[in-house]
Design a protein around this ligand. Structure first.
Ligand code: GLU
Length: 563
């Protein structure tokens, strides 16, 4: 146990997740939040959520709400933090950094008073010149405090009173800085590596380094568990803690989550998939105008240009391609279950050992420790995630599957939901559950059910040829004959009644080979070759739609065969 760990052993464990609210919650961030939650909860501690919105240009309220929603959906409940869905509140608020400026200002004063910080009035051009000079001399740039600290208090006050733009810099002490990390071990930054960094920006907001240190201390955080990209920042945080007289939390820096090829999991992955589809299909103009013409041209011409999320989503929908999920809300939209995503994320960088792979958050809290967190990047295995999700979807109680599918439909497929009655949806769900890997599968493979009868097209030439035209009798001959059989099925029009009638027909007209008649029927009523079992499909469609679609199919295929 490190010295700081021993010192805080008696204290209640407090962890925090501190996202900057720009964009969406990345799976890597969600994994950090999950580990922080599990670490605290497994030790009777508290988990705090704090929104780090001091970068005014990049932060947005919508992004903050998105983060809260995603964490709540994952079941990562925070004991303290912004109030949302029954979570949050607490004695250490506000939990948005933009609302804590008074606190930071008080601490700035303290640091200036004790000589640990000073105002600096360098213009951007002056700073640029210093950087250029260092480059010309072939040395690493380090801020030179000489001029700033030579100003008297009166001169500083006069400049401030005149409205001269100013930042506050921390007077970094000389000497090497040793970071102790529970996951990565120890690393020492040589003297001079950390220069006098800015702690208050010219807009009056604290920098990340300052706010994070103040808040962690005032909120009583004992363990800072965060992404490895912040490891080097820890040196700055430590010197600030010393100057402010704060206790040192225990640090654990967690590995990145990356694609199997080692690349970063980022928005760019979505762009790549779209570029490939556009190129392969030779698409020259944005389908349905889903991307403004000028943006489209620039995007095609320059691989460094990225579509924004709305444009990418619209283009993916128009091309009917699935984008790789990167953010938590992508996975929700794709029909992954939150408990599966948590289980899977926990295995990215940690494992409970003993070949245990499937577990819930309660188990994770009980078992999670920093010793089993790996140092190297975790490769995100989508195939495995999908197989976990498939097991959970097919294995859950049917009532739960129906309820979750219904909620998913209302959230993402309102038009589909509006077309189906409750009874139709229940029947569809019952038929779909055993064949679904995600909640989205039901909607993706049954679009034909939500179309108007007049909207069905038989444009899949291969399917039409194979299942309707070829053979003697042809599929279309069977469909024609079945029309009469189906019309004669007595009410109620149920899957069981249809099975009796269609099987009898197959016995008499297709040597008992059900496939010979089921597939032509499927193509006739759906336009394609994929649907739930045929009896269920027809039962869900209802008598009128089934007969209407058969009539339209016979007419359309006959017309195109004779034209
Ligand atoms: N706001 C920082 C981020 O989103 C938090 C880093 C930290 O946990 O200290 O990366």
């Amino acid at each position: 146990m490190t010295e700081s760990a021993a010192g805080s052993a008696a204290r209640q464990v407090v962890t925090r997740f501190a996202p900057s609210p720009s964009g969406h919650l990345h799976v890597g961030g969600a994994r950090s939040a999950l580990f922080c939650w599990a670490f605290a909860h497994g030790r009777g501690g508290r988990f705090i959520l704090r929104i780090e919105d001091t970068d005014q240009k990049r932060s947005s309220d919508a992004a903050s709400v998105g983060f809260l929603k995603d964490l709540a959906w994952l079941g990562i409940a925070w004991d303290e933090g912004p109030e949302y869905g029954g979570c949050g509140g607490g004695p250490n608020g506000p939990y948005f950094q933009s609302q804590r400026l008074d606190i930071y200002n008080r601490e700035f004063e303290r640091l200036i008073g004790s000589g640990h910080a000073y105002c600096a009035f360098d213009t951007p051009a002056e700073l640029e010149a210093m950087r250029a000079d260092a480059k010309a001399r072939g040395v690493a740039y380090r801020y030179d405090r000489t001029r700033a600290v030579s100003l008297s208090k009166r001169e500083v006050d006069a400049l401030l009173a005149a409205g001269t733009p100013a930042v506050i810099r921390f007077r970094t002490p000389e000497g090497p800085i040793t970071i102790r990390d529970e996951i990565l071990g120890e690393a020492t930054l040589p003297a001079g590596e950390v220069d006098d960094f800015v702690i208050r920006k010219a807009d009056g907001f604290p920098t990340y380094h300052f706010a994070v240190v103040v808040d962690d201390a005032l909120m009583g955080v004992t363990h800072v568990l965060r992404a490895q990209e912040h490891f080097n920042n820890t040196a700055k945080h430590m010197v600030l803690q010393d100057a402010l007289g704060y206790p040192r939390p225990i640090y654990g820096h967690m590995p990145l989550i990356v694609n199997p090829d080692g690349s970063k999991m980022s928005k760019r992955d979505k762009d790549k998939v779209l570029r490939k589809a556009v190129k392969e299909r030779g698409i020259a103009t944005p389908p349905g105008g889903c991307v403004p013409a000028e943006r489209w041209t620039r995007w095609l011409a320059d691989s460094a240009v990225q579509l924004d999320l709305e444009e990418a989503t619209a283009l993916a929908a128009a091309l009917d391609v699935t984008l790789p999920e990167i953010n938590v809300d992508d996975f929700r939209r794709s029909g992954y279950l939150p408990e599966v995503l948590c289980n899977f994320l926990a295995l990215n960088g940690w494992s409970p050992g003993q070949n245990i792979e499937k577990f819930d958050n309660a188990f994770l809290a009980e078992r999670f420790d920093l010793k089993r967190v790996v140092k190297t990047p975790a490769k995100f295995d989508r195939v495995k995630l999908l197989s976990f999700n498939c097991d959970a979807v097919t294995g859950m109680a049917p009532e739960r599957y129906v309820a979750l599918s219904r909620a998913h439909g209302h959230a993402y497929h309102p038009a589909f939901m509006a077309r189906l009655s409750d009874a139709q949806f229940d029947a569809l769900a019952a038929a779909s559950q055993p064949r679904s890997k995600t909640l989205e599968d039901l909607f993706r493979s049954n679009r034909f059910l939500a179309l108007d009868d007049s909207e069905i097209r038989w444009s899949d030439a291969k399917a039409v040829k194979k299942h309707l035209i070829e053979g003697n009798p042809s599929g279309l001959d069977h469909v024609r004959a079945l029309r009469g059989v189906l019309d004669g099925v007595a009410a109620p029009w149920t899957s069981a009644a249809l099975e009796v009638a269609i099987t009898a027909y197959a016995q008499s007209a297709a040597e008992g080979q059900l496939g010979k008649v089921a597939q032509p029927l499927r193509v006739a009523v759906s336009g394609g070759t994929v649907s739930p079992p045929i009896f269920d499909t027809l039962a869900i469609l209802g008598r009128d739609s089934t007969l209407a679609r058969i009539d339209r199919c016979v007419a359309a295929v006959t017309a195109s065969a004779t034209s």
